[in-house]
Ligand binder design. Structure first.
Ligand code: PMT
Length: 340
């Protein structure tokens, strides 16, 4: 797609898919955060995390989700903070958060880390040291105000937030980093083809165009025909190109590529790098993403980073991801611990 076509796709998308209600608040928070840290000479990174959803109805009952628990994003955010960055953490609502991730989305409840002592609730002995380590880092981020948490749910909310925050980061030039770990929907239902009410399972109760308030004459993108549900999605414009060329042309941009077929991963990561001309693509496979990733860049070519098999253990917080494989107490050998 040439740049005129991309600009037109961008303008069409943002004209026809209205901004989220909290966009203004998010912009105000992000502007203040970015200005403050830029004044203090800190680098700012936008970490995106979790999956976007595609609603099928305006009054949404059903939606299509994208796989991601938010482990990669939340873990990476901790490492950026540890290394002195200010982090804007744009995540899917209720997906994993930096620091609290150690005690949530687990087979154990956070209450399992507690006990009663002298009529008070305390952390049990076994978890004292680890929790103290995590708590201290969390408190430091709070004290320094280096973590701003914003959230999205739908693809449209994500794209509005990404675009506006990226534009705010533009004046930072190369001091702005974009670390795009979110799993972004490739297909969606445009607002003008979305039915208002819950899709019915039989045609007898199905909405027709007039009932749904639609006058464009377009078929709803999700509808019942006979007893079948037909979903006819449209492609989401590839906004990575807009980010690289227009929203933050001087920023350092790292995207992720998730595949399931090993024979495609490096090919597609390389293709993405060539297509978008950004700095780094980190490729991962669904089944091995916690142990290995491949970095594809124009400087280093293809470089694999693997967690040694003897370190693929469950930590106190459950199965760890690659960038989160460090022992939080720092007692074990950091050895091949990859830096993000
Ligand atoms: O959260 P976890 O459970 O730990 O899982 C982490 C992860 C596997 C989700 C993560 O490591 C990962 O791979 N994230 C990216 C998955 C993805 O959406 O890939 P993609 O091929 O759809 O997109 C590739 C890149 O293009 C993304 O960085 C995205 O920001 C960008 N994109 C995608 C679609 C679109 N319309 N415009 C875009 O710019």
């Amino acid at each position: 797609m040439d740049s005129a076509a991309l600009q037109s796709a961008e303008s069409h998308y943002f004209t026809n898919n209205p901004p989220p209600k909290d966009l203004k608040v998010n912009i105000t928070l992000a502007r203040e955060f970015i200005t403050r840290h830029a004044d203090q000479g800190r680098r700012v990174v936008l970490v995106t995390s979790g999956g976007t959803i595609v609603p099928l109805e305006t009054q949404m009952v059903r939606y299509i989700d994208n796989f991601s628990a938010g482990t990669r994003g939340a873990t990476s955010a901790e490492y950026f903070l540890q290394n002195g960055y200010a982090v804007i953490f744009l995540h899917r609502q209720f997906s994993l958060l930096p620091y609290s991730r150690h005690y949530s989305h687990n087979t154990r409840s956070f209450l399992d880390f507690m006990k009663e002592g002298d009529g008070r609730v305390v952390v049990d002995e076994q978890h004292q040291e680890e929790m103290m380590y995590v708590l201290r880092q969390y408190m430091e981020a709070k004290r320094n105000n280096t973590l701003l948490i914003l959230s999205f749910v739908t693809i449209t909310e994500y794209l509005w937030d990404l675009r506006e925050v990226a534009k705010l980061m533009r004046p930072l030039g190369p001091k702005a980093i974009f670390y795009l770990a979110a799993a972004v929907s490739d297909f969606f239902v445009p607002q003008d083809r979305m039915v208002e009410h819950k899709i019915q399972s039989s045609e007898e109760f199905a909405q027709n165009a007039e009932d749904s308030g639609d006058t464009s004459g377009k078929l709803p993108a999700a509808r019942t025909e006979g007893r079948s549900l037909i979903i006819d999605l449209e492609p989401v414009p590839k906004f990575l190109k807009s980010l690289v060329d227009g929203w933050a042309p001087e920023g350092m941009i790292v995207s992720f590529k998730l595949e399931t077929d090993p024979s495609l991963l490096v090919k597609k990561a390389t293709h993405s790098l060539k297509n978008y001309q950004h700095h780094l693509v980190i490729g991962n496979l669904l089944l091995t993403r916690k142990w290995e990733v491949v970095f594809v860049s124009s400087i280093d070519g293809e470089k694999w980073i693997r967690v040694p098999s003897n370190r693929r253990t469950k930590s106190f917080s459950g199965v760890e991801s690659l960038v989160g494989a460090a022992d939080p107490t720092g007692k074990k050998d950091a050895g091949e611990e990859p830096a993000i």
